[in-house]
Design a protein around this ligand. Structure first.
Ligand code: PEP
Ligand code: MG
Length: 325
Protein backbone atom coordinates (compact mmCIF):
# COMPACT_ATOMS: atom_id res chain seq x y z
CA UNK A 1 0.00 0.00 0.00
CA UNK A 2 1.29 3.45 -0.84
CA UNK A 3 0.19 7.02 -1.21
CA UNK A 4 -1.73 9.45 0.95
CA UNK A 5 -5.01 7.86 -0.04
CA UNK A 6 -3.73 4.40 0.92
CA UNK A 7 -4.45 3.02 -2.56
CA UNK A 8 -1.97 0.39 -3.73
CA UNK A 9 0.60 1.19 -6.39
CA UNK A 10 -1.03 -1.40 -8.69
CA UNK A 11 -4.43 0.26 -8.35
CA UNK A 12 -2.97 3.69 -9.02
CA UNK A 13 -1.19 2.47 -12.15
CA UNK A 14 -4.36 0.72 -13.33
CA UNK A 15 -6.26 4.04 -13.25
CA UNK A 16 -3.98 5.37 -15.97
CA UNK A 17 -3.15 4.04 -19.43
CA UNK A 18 -0.60 1.25 -19.71
CA UNK A 19 2.47 2.26 -21.70
CA UNK A 20 5.34 0.26 -23.19
CA UNK A 21 7.61 3.23 -22.49
CA UNK A 22 8.26 3.52 -18.77
CA UNK A 23 7.33 6.80 -17.11
CA UNK A 24 9.79 7.81 -14.44
CA UNK A 25 9.89 10.85 -12.17
CA UNK A 26 12.73 13.27 -11.31
CA UNK A 27 13.24 14.00 -7.63
CA UNK A 28 15.60 16.17 -5.60
CA UNK A 29 14.10 16.40 -2.11
CA UNK A 30 13.72 13.00 -0.44
CA UNK A 31 10.89 13.79 1.98
CA UNK A 32 8.53 15.16 -0.68
CA UNK A 33 8.24 11.64 -2.16
CA UNK A 34 5.29 11.06 0.19
CA UNK A 35 3.35 13.80 -1.58
CA UNK A 36 3.76 12.05 -4.91
CA UNK A 37 3.02 8.42 -4.08
CA UNK A 38 -0.37 8.58 -5.80
CA UNK A 39 1.21 9.50 -9.12
CA UNK A 40 1.50 6.79 -11.78
CA UNK A 41 5.28 6.56 -12.14
CA UNK A 42 7.37 3.43 -12.69
CA UNK A 43 10.43 4.58 -10.76
CA UNK A 44 12.69 7.56 -10.09
CA UNK A 45 14.69 8.13 -13.27
CA UNK A 46 16.83 10.86 -11.73
CA UNK A 47 17.38 11.28 -8.04
CA UNK A 48 19.56 14.32 -7.54
CA UNK A 49 21.56 14.26 -4.30
CA UNK A 50 22.69 17.89 -4.35
CA UNK A 51 19.77 18.96 -2.13
CA UNK A 52 20.68 16.37 0.51
CA UNK A 53 24.29 17.57 0.48
CA UNK A 54 23.54 21.30 0.60
CA UNK A 55 20.52 21.26 2.94
CA UNK A 56 20.95 18.21 5.16
CA UNK A 57 24.70 17.79 5.34
CA UNK A 58 25.77 21.39 4.66
CA UNK A 59 29.49 20.59 5.04
CA UNK A 60 31.95 20.00 2.25
CA UNK A 61 32.73 16.24 2.26
CA UNK A 62 36.50 16.86 2.29
CA UNK A 63 36.07 19.11 5.34
CA UNK A 64 34.26 16.29 7.14
CA UNK A 65 36.99 13.82 6.18
CA UNK A 66 39.69 16.21 7.38
CA UNK A 67 37.90 16.60 10.71
CA UNK A 68 37.44 12.89 11.21
CA UNK A 69 33.68 12.88 10.58
CA UNK A 70 33.17 11.15 7.22
CA UNK A 71 30.31 9.08 8.62
CA UNK A 72 28.15 12.23 8.83
CA UNK A 73 28.21 12.41 5.05
CA UNK A 74 27.66 8.69 4.49
CA UNK A 75 24.85 8.34 7.03
CA UNK A 76 22.86 11.42 5.98
CA UNK A 77 23.17 10.63 2.29
CA UNK A 78 22.15 7.02 2.90
CA UNK A 79 19.20 8.21 4.99
CA UNK A 80 17.95 10.52 2.22
CA UNK A 81 18.24 7.89 -0.48
CA UNK A 82 16.64 5.21 1.67
CA UNK A 83 13.56 7.36 2.33
CA UNK A 84 12.84 7.40 -1.39
CA UNK A 85 13.93 3.83 -2.13
CA UNK A 86 11.80 2.33 0.64
CA UNK A 87 8.76 4.49 -0.21
CA UNK A 88 8.61 3.27 -3.79
CA UNK A 89 10.13 -0.22 -3.42
CA UNK A 90 10.56 -2.33 -5.58
CA UNK A 91 10.48 0.29 -8.31
CA UNK A 92 14.00 1.50 -9.21
CA UNK A 93 15.61 4.70 -7.94
CA UNK A 94 18.42 5.92 -10.20
CA UNK A 95 20.69 7.91 -7.90
CA UNK A 96 22.98 10.32 -9.66
CA UNK A 97 26.39 10.88 -8.10
CA UNK A 98 26.91 14.54 -7.19
CA UNK A 99 27.18 17.05 -9.99
CA UNK A 100 27.97 20.30 -8.19
CA UNK A 101 30.25 22.71 -9.95
CA UNK A 102 33.23 24.25 -8.09
CA UNK A 103 31.38 27.50 -7.36
CA UNK A 104 28.54 25.49 -5.80
CA UNK A 105 30.86 23.27 -3.75
CA UNK A 106 32.58 26.39 -2.46
CA UNK A 107 29.32 27.48 -0.84
CA UNK A 108 29.26 24.40 1.40
CA UNK A 109 30.69 24.84 4.89
CA UNK A 110 34.47 24.48 4.71
CA UNK A 111 34.37 24.38 0.92
CA UNK A 112 36.66 27.36 0.38
CA UNK A 113 39.72 25.36 1.33
CA UNK A 114 39.15 22.63 -1.24
CA UNK A 115 37.66 24.32 -4.28
CA UNK A 116 39.70 26.13 -6.92
CA UNK A 117 38.49 29.29 -8.64
CA UNK A 118 37.37 28.43 -12.13
CA UNK A 119 36.68 30.82 -14.96
CA UNK A 120 33.96 28.56 -16.31
CA UNK A 121 32.73 26.05 -13.71
CA UNK A 122 30.04 24.74 -16.08
CA UNK A 123 32.84 23.33 -18.24
CA UNK A 124 35.25 22.70 -15.42
CA UNK A 125 35.91 20.27 -12.61
CA UNK A 126 32.56 18.58 -12.47
CA UNK A 127 31.08 15.09 -12.75
CA UNK A 128 33.42 12.17 -13.26
CA UNK A 129 36.54 14.37 -13.55
CA UNK A 130 36.09 15.02 -9.82
CA UNK A 131 35.67 11.43 -8.74
CA UNK A 132 38.93 10.27 -10.34
CA UNK A 133 41.00 13.24 -9.17
CA UNK A 134 43.43 12.82 -6.27
CA UNK A 135 41.72 15.63 -4.35
CA UNK A 136 38.08 14.55 -4.61
CA UNK A 137 38.39 10.76 -4.85
CA UNK A 138 38.07 10.25 -1.05
CA UNK A 139 34.79 12.22 -1.16
CA UNK A 140 33.51 10.18 -4.11
CA UNK A 141 34.22 7.07 -2.06
CA UNK A 142 31.84 8.43 0.61
CA UNK A 143 29.07 8.71 -1.99
CA UNK A 144 29.69 5.10 -3.04
CA UNK A 145 29.74 3.97 0.62
CA UNK A 146 26.34 5.62 1.12
CA UNK A 147 24.87 3.76 -1.87
CA UNK A 148 26.41 0.52 -0.62
CA UNK A 149 24.93 1.06 2.82
CA UNK A 150 21.45 1.55 1.35
CA UNK A 151 21.72 -1.53 -0.86
CA UNK A 152 23.56 -3.93 1.42
CA UNK A 153 22.78 -2.88 5.02
CA UNK A 154 19.27 -1.56 4.45
CA UNK A 155 18.51 -4.18 1.79
CA UNK A 156 17.13 -1.67 -0.73
CA UNK A 157 18.33 -3.36 -3.90
CA UNK A 158 16.17 -1.10 -6.04
CA UNK A 159 18.87 1.59 -5.89
CA UNK A 160 20.93 2.00 -9.07
CA UNK A 161 23.53 4.62 -9.87
CA UNK A 162 24.19 7.12 -12.62
CA UNK A 163 27.40 9.01 -13.47
CA UNK A 164 26.88 12.64 -14.52
CA UNK A 165 28.86 14.72 -16.95
CA UNK A 166 30.81 11.85 -18.49
CA UNK A 167 33.26 13.11 -21.11
CA UNK A 168 35.51 10.15 -21.94
CA UNK A 169 35.48 6.39 -21.59
CA UNK A 170 38.87 6.31 -19.84
CA UNK A 171 37.66 8.50 -16.98
CA UNK A 172 34.48 6.46 -16.69
CA UNK A 173 36.42 3.20 -16.46
CA UNK A 174 38.56 4.68 -13.68
CA UNK A 175 35.51 5.85 -11.75
CA UNK A 176 33.84 2.44 -12.10
CA UNK A 177 37.05 0.84 -10.80
CA UNK A 178 36.94 3.05 -7.69
CA UNK A 179 33.28 2.17 -7.20
CA UNK A 180 34.08 -1.54 -7.49
CA UNK A 181 36.96 -1.13 -5.09
CA UNK A 182 34.34 0.05 -2.56
CA UNK A 183 32.45 -3.19 -3.11
CA UNK A 184 29.76 -2.00 -5.53
CA UNK A 185 29.79 -4.17 -8.62
CA UNK A 186 27.62 -3.95 -11.70
CA UNK A 187 25.35 -6.95 -12.02
CA UNK A 188 21.89 -8.00 -13.21
CA UNK A 189 20.16 -6.20 -10.34
CA UNK A 190 22.58 -3.33 -9.89
CA UNK A 191 22.51 -1.17 -12.98
CA UNK A 192 25.05 1.49 -13.79
CA UNK A 193 23.87 4.29 -16.06
CA UNK A 194 25.58 7.35 -17.39
CA UNK A 195 24.15 10.70 -18.34
CA UNK A 196 24.39 11.42 -22.04
CA UNK A 197 24.88 15.16 -21.81
CA UNK A 198 28.30 15.77 -23.35
CA UNK A 199 28.14 15.19 -27.11
CA UNK A 200 31.23 12.91 -26.96
CA UNK A 201 29.03 10.26 -25.34
CA UNK A 202 26.68 10.33 -28.32
CA UNK A 203 29.52 10.37 -30.85
CA UNK A 204 31.27 7.41 -29.19
CA UNK A 205 28.15 5.55 -28.06
CA UNK A 206 29.56 2.30 -29.50
CA UNK A 207 32.39 2.49 -27.00
CA UNK A 208 30.35 3.59 -23.98
CA UNK A 209 27.74 0.89 -24.62
CA UNK A 210 30.35 -1.74 -23.77
CA UNK A 211 30.88 -0.24 -20.30
CA UNK A 212 27.41 0.63 -18.99
CA UNK A 213 23.89 -0.75 -18.62
CA UNK A 214 22.08 2.33 -19.80
CA UNK A 215 21.96 6.02 -20.54
CA UNK A 216 19.85 8.92 -19.42
CA UNK A 217 19.86 11.89 -21.72
CA UNK A 218 20.56 15.16 -19.93
CA UNK A 219 18.90 17.31 -22.54
CA UNK A 220 19.67 20.51 -20.59
CA UNK A 221 23.42 20.06 -20.88
CA UNK A 222 23.24 18.20 -24.20
CA UNK A 223 21.50 21.21 -25.76
CA UNK A 224 24.00 23.59 -24.19
CA UNK A 225 27.01 21.67 -25.48
CA UNK A 226 25.65 20.62 -28.86
CA UNK A 227 24.65 24.17 -29.68
CA UNK A 228 27.48 25.94 -27.85
CA UNK A 229 24.95 27.99 -25.89
CA UNK A 230 25.29 28.85 -22.19
CA UNK A 231 22.11 27.38 -20.67
CA UNK A 232 22.06 30.22 -18.11
CA UNK A 233 22.23 33.02 -20.68
CA UNK A 234 18.90 34.85 -20.68
CA UNK A 235 20.01 36.85 -23.68
CA UNK A 236 20.64 33.80 -25.88
CA UNK A 237 17.48 32.14 -24.57
CA UNK A 238 15.42 35.20 -25.55
CA UNK A 239 17.00 35.09 -29.00
CA UNK A 240 15.86 31.49 -29.36
CA UNK A 241 19.26 29.85 -29.33
CA UNK A 242 18.75 27.63 -26.32
CA UNK A 243 16.27 25.10 -27.61
CA UNK A 244 16.31 21.38 -26.78
CA UNK A 245 14.11 20.87 -29.85
CA UNK A 246 16.86 22.00 -32.18
CA UNK A 247 17.34 19.42 -34.97
CA UNK A 248 21.00 18.93 -34.00
CA UNK A 249 20.01 17.95 -30.45
CA UNK A 250 17.22 15.68 -31.64
CA UNK A 251 19.51 13.99 -34.14
CA UNK A 252 21.99 13.27 -31.33
CA UNK A 253 19.22 11.73 -29.24
CA UNK A 254 18.01 9.55 -32.11
CA UNK A 255 21.55 8.38 -32.87
CA UNK A 256 22.19 7.48 -29.23
CA UNK A 257 18.99 5.43 -28.99
CA UNK A 258 19.74 3.42 -32.10
CA UNK A 259 23.39 2.73 -31.19
CA UNK A 260 22.55 1.85 -27.56
CA UNK A 261 19.84 -0.55 -28.69
CA UNK A 262 22.32 -2.31 -30.98
CA UNK A 263 24.15 -3.29 -27.79
CA UNK A 264 21.01 -4.10 -25.82
CA UNK A 265 21.39 -1.01 -23.60
CA UNK A 266 18.49 1.12 -22.39
CA UNK A 267 18.00 4.84 -22.99
CA UNK A 268 16.08 7.19 -20.75
CA UNK A 269 15.87 10.97 -20.57
CA UNK A 270 15.85 13.15 -17.47
CA UNK A 271 16.36 16.67 -18.83
CA UNK A 272 13.52 19.21 -18.81
CA UNK A 273 12.54 18.86 -22.48
CA UNK A 274 9.78 16.19 -22.24
CA UNK A 275 8.33 17.85 -19.12
CA UNK A 276 7.67 21.01 -21.12
CA UNK A 277 7.41 20.12 -24.81
CA UNK A 278 4.75 17.59 -25.91
CA UNK A 279 6.36 17.42 -29.36
CA UNK A 280 9.57 16.13 -27.74
CA UNK A 281 7.57 13.38 -26.02
CA UNK A 282 6.17 12.26 -29.38
CA UNK A 283 9.63 12.42 -30.95
CA UNK A 284 11.16 10.31 -28.15
CA UNK A 285 8.49 7.62 -28.31
CA UNK A 286 8.81 7.39 -32.08
CA UNK A 287 12.61 7.15 -31.71
CA UNK A 288 12.08 4.14 -29.43
CA UNK A 289 13.21 5.54 -26.06
CA UNK A 290 12.81 3.05 -23.17
CA UNK A 291 11.76 5.46 -20.44
CA UNK A 292 11.03 9.14 -19.91
CA UNK A 293 11.69 10.78 -16.56
CA UNK A 294 9.76 13.98 -15.91
CA UNK A 295 8.94 16.47 -13.18
CA UNK A 296 6.22 15.32 -10.76
CA UNK A 297 3.69 17.78 -12.22
CA UNK A 298 4.14 16.29 -15.68
CA UNK A 299 3.85 12.57 -14.79
CA UNK A 300 0.13 12.21 -15.53
CA UNK A 301 0.02 14.26 -18.73
CA UNK A 302 3.17 12.63 -20.12
CA UNK A 303 1.86 9.14 -19.35
CA UNK A 304 -1.38 9.94 -21.18
CA UNK A 305 0.46 11.43 -24.11
CA UNK A 306 2.90 8.52 -24.38
CA UNK A 307 -0.04 6.10 -24.40
CA UNK A 308 -1.73 7.98 -27.21
CA UNK A 309 1.46 8.19 -29.30
CA UNK A 310 2.12 4.48 -28.81
CA UNK A 311 -1.43 3.74 -29.92
CA UNK A 312 -1.01 5.97 -32.98
CA UNK A 313 2.20 4.13 -33.91
CA UNK A 314 0.41 0.77 -33.63
CA UNK A 315 -2.48 1.95 -35.77
CA UNK A 316 -0.14 3.42 -38.39
CA UNK A 317 1.59 0.02 -38.57
CA UNK A 318 -1.73 -1.76 -38.93
CA UNK A 319 -3.03 0.48 -41.69
CA UNK A 320 0.28 0.21 -43.56
CA UNK A 321 -0.02 -3.58 -43.46
CA UNK A 322 -3.59 -3.34 -44.72
CA UNK A 323 -2.59 -1.29 -47.74
CA UNK A 324 0.03 -3.90 -48.58
CA UNK A 325 -2.41 -6.84 -48.45
C1 PEP B 1 20.59 17.77 -17.74
O1 PEP B 1 21.67 18.31 -18.00
O2 PEP B 1 19.66 17.64 -18.58
C2 PEP B 1 20.33 17.26 -16.38
C3 PEP B 1 19.24 16.58 -16.09
O3 PEP B 1 21.26 17.58 -15.41
P1 PEP B 1 21.32 19.01 -14.65
O4 PEP B 1 20.16 19.81 -15.14
O5 PEP B 1 21.31 18.68 -13.22
O6 PEP B 1 22.64 19.51 -15.14
MG1 MG C 1 23.30 18.04 -16.57
Amino acid sequence: VSGISGISKETILSLYPVTATKIYMNLGQPDVINKYLDLPFDGIGLMRIEFIVSEWIKYHPLYLIKNGKPEVFVDKLAEGISIVASAIYPRPVVVRFSDFKTNEYKRLYGGDEFEPDERNPMLGWRGVSRYISKQYEPAFRLEVKAIRKVREEMGLKNVWVMFPFVRTSWELKKAIEIMEDEGLRRNQEFKVWIMAEVPSVVILADEFSKIVDGYSIGSNDLAQLTLGVDRDSDLLARMGYYDERDPAVLKGIKTLISVAHKYGKTVSICGQAPSVYPEVVEFLVRAGIDSISVNPDAVISVRRQVASVEQKILLEGLSKNKRKS
